[in-house]
Design a protein around this ligand. Structure first.
Ligand code: ADP
Ligand code: ASP
Ligand code: MG
Length: 635
């Protein structure tokens, strides 16, 4: 057990050796032919960073196949930096071993342990490449100067010193780097890891630091598909996807790319492609907008917010006390779509008793028509199902302010800072919408100028921009992909006093404990408790943070005058993502209707410009994903 990695490798090597001998010899011959008389290679033309995931290097044969691919790329005239993951399921095996010894192993020791997995692969791959006659050298994260924060198990990269890699490249070597790991900038320069799946991030960060002409992620699927092919075998390969869409999909459960890798690609304009390790197919290109210049120091932590945006002349319509059963959201948004009314944000809050609130925003010109649709549906619900009359509330004079930036991923403090800034400016938040790269708050129009000024000052932005939509969106499909996240929990704080600053307080506390939140929704209804108007606030969080979040919020809730803190771990979040859904009425309705047709009740809805997410019962998650994927004809 102690020497588990080497054991896995030795067995694998023994199995593969015989079969490979022939191939190796053939490749060596071809490599020798390709070199000049002195064995010197032509100067490399392009610098490429390639990353190979766990399955791709899961055995000696596979390492051999990867080595061959690498040599071919070098022969084509490229300089190559290769980043690798641990072999197969090695990281999982190591985690399990540690948990046999302790239920809460030290995060420093976990990093020390897990970093060994990648170290095995770099040495083996270098050996395999050298065996093909191509000079290569393996280096750990520390050796290539991947300097990170001291935050064990989720360290962000601060800087990469390119000197040593550049030296070895000049010597004509392929540089093989251990993914997922770095070394802390401060203190004792301990080994850190970037978080599970972090080798993608190592690769793209290296590509940015070395100004490589491309970063290629090689994996066990042909590229990025419309959804996880392990759950939906009919999923289709995408030839391209925008970085914004991929950021959403990756964070909503599509583990094919680490979201932070997409963030770095987007921020630095790194050409990124995801391809199969087994075939020569082109794979999927991740398209980034032209990046703003930014320094390479503080690589993952510089400037979380790039822009402050606003949309004026909006109206908010809220339907209160909607019965908690499948089909109503579909009916409401389906009718709005039939009337050609474009809905921007949608939130459905947690249910009190057995009713929900559903709120949405529309262009102010559409207020009367949207209100009429909501009011037409209300009495139907009332007569048939709900003893209490549902109501429709209209706020005809609202605006949406947003902070935008790929650097806010995984940084819970950024949203909390926005809420705090608005609270300090005396601005009450009526609705919140979060995505990976954007937090939007719906506020009264009268507060808009003040809110923008405060946000620009806080996040050091010169001028706020009117949100004109994404130019890439025009050609993008309404739904590019569907994702399922089974690792989330729903967290709700009941009876939160309705005054500026409460969201800032609650999410500030979670941020201090490094707990990331998304899909924040507030109930639209206020309830008067001892003379104070109260709302409920809910969000989704990582399931592994659920216990900690409940504990810290329960302590704070009493002091802040809030009610109970409720956690539900048996949820699933299913989401559709597509830049083309902006300005296309009916996309959300189609999602809601397909869930209703399958008898799946929606517990919570949250949206951003390019995604719609629904929380459903965990037991219905996979069925929900399949249903939606089919409903949009993606198979
Ligand atoms: P690697 O070890 O190469 O990093 P991962 O297991 O981390 O590979 O990621 C690849 C896996 O991601 C695929 O095997 C697939 O099951 C899963 N996946 C989830 N969503 C998607 C998607 N939309 N497109 C492609 N693969 C996906
Ligand atoms: N080996 C690490 C993991 O399994 C990192 C990676 O593969 O990206 O999470
Ligand atoms: Mg991965």
């Amino acid at each position: 057990m102690r020497n588990i990695s080497s054991l896995i490798c030795r067995t694998a090597i023994a199995e593969g050796r015989a079969k490979l001998n022939e191939t190796i010899q053939a490749v060596i011959r071809s490599v020798k032919l390709d070199r000049g008389v002195n064995g010197e290679k032509n100067r490399a033309m392009a610098l490429i960073v390639q990353k190979y995931g766990g399955t791709s290097v899961g055995s000696a044969e596979r390492i051999q196949a990867v080595a061959q691919r690498i040599v071919e790329t070098v022969q084509a005239g490229n300089a190559l930096v290769v980043v690798v993951s641990a072999m197969g399921k090695t990281t999982d095996v190591l985690v399990k071993l540690a948990h046999e010894l302790s239920s809460q192993p030290s995060r420093r020791e976990m990093d020390m342990l897990l970093a060994t997995g990648e170290q095995v692969t770099i040495a083996l791959l270098s050996i395999a490449i050298q065996e093909l006659g191509q000079p290569a050298i393996s280096l750990t994260g520390a050796q290539v100067g991947i300097v990170t924060e001291a935050e064990h198990s989720r360290a962000r990269i601060l800087e990469i010193a390119p000197d040593r890699i550049e030296r070895h490249l000049k010597e004509g070597k392929v540089v093989v780097v251990a993914g997922f790991q770095g070394v802390s900038a401060t203190g004792d320069r301990d080994i850190t890891t970037l978080g599970r799946g972090g080798s993608d991030t190592s690769a793209v960060a290296l590509a940015a630091a070395l100004k490589a002409s491309a970063c290629e992620i090689y994996t066990d699927v042909p590229g990025i598909l419309t959804t996880d092919p392990r759950i939906v075998p009919a999923a289709q390969l995408l030839t391209e996807i925008t970085a914004d869409e991929m950021l959403e999909l990756a964070s909503l459960g599509a583990k094919v790319l680490h979201p932070r890798a997409v963030e770095i690609a987007r921020n630095y304009g790194v050409p990124l492609v995801v391809r199969s390790s087994w075939t020569q197919e082109a794979g999927t290109r991740v398209i980034s907008p032209v990046p703003q210049p930014r320094p390479l120091t503080g690589l993952e932590i510089a400037r979380p917010v790039d822009a402050v945006e606003f949309v004026l002349n909006q109206a908010k319509i809220a339907m209160l006390q909607v019965p908690d059963r499948a089909g109503i959201a579909g009916q409401l948004f389906g009718t709005l779509a039939t009337e050609n009314i474009d809905v921007d944000l949608i939130v459905q809050s947690i249910h009190e008793g057995n009713t929900n609130d559903i709120a949405f925003t529309v262009d102010r010109q559409a207020t009367d028509r949207a209100q009429a649709v909501a009011e037409a549906i209300s009495p139907v619900l009332h007569d048939n199902l709900n003893p209490n009359s549902p109501q429709v509330l209209v706020a005809g004079d609202i605006a949406k302010v947003s902070i935008v930036g790929a650097g806010m991923i995984g940084r819970p403090g950024v949203a909390a800072q926005m809420f705090k800034t608005l609270a300090d400016a005396g601005v009450n938040i009526q609705m919140i919408s979060t995505s990976e790269i954007k937090v939007s708050c719906v506020i009264a129009s009268a507060d808009c100028d003040r809110a923008i000024a405060a946000l620009c000052q806080k996040f050091e932005i010169d001028t706020a921009a009117k949100n004109e939509g994404d130019p890439q969106a025009v050609s993008a499909p309404a739904v590019r992909g569907v994702a399922l996240d089974l690792d989330r929990a729903r967290l709700a704080v009941l009876q939160v006093p309705d005054r500026p600053g409460m969201a800032a307080e609650l999410f500030g506390i979670l941020a201090v404990h490094n707990i990331n939140v998304d899909a924040i929704v507030q109930s639209q209804r206020t309830r008067i408790v001892s003379g104070v108007a109260m709302r409920d606030i809910a969000c989704t969080i990582d399931r592994s943070d659920a216990a900690a979040a409940k504990q810290v919020l329960e302590a704070a809730s009493v002091q802040l005058g809030c009610g109970a803190v409720v956690v539900d771990e048996s949820i699933a979040k299913v989401s559709i993502v597509g830049a083309g859904m902006i300005g296309k009425p009916g996309v959300a309705a189609q999602m809601f209707n397909s869930l209703a047709a399958a008898g799946i009740n929606i517990q919570m809805i949250s949206t951003s410009d390019i995604k719609t997410s629904c929380v459903v019962a965990e037991s219905q998650g996979i069925e929900a994903l399949k249903t939606i994927h089919q409903a949009f004809g993606l198979g």
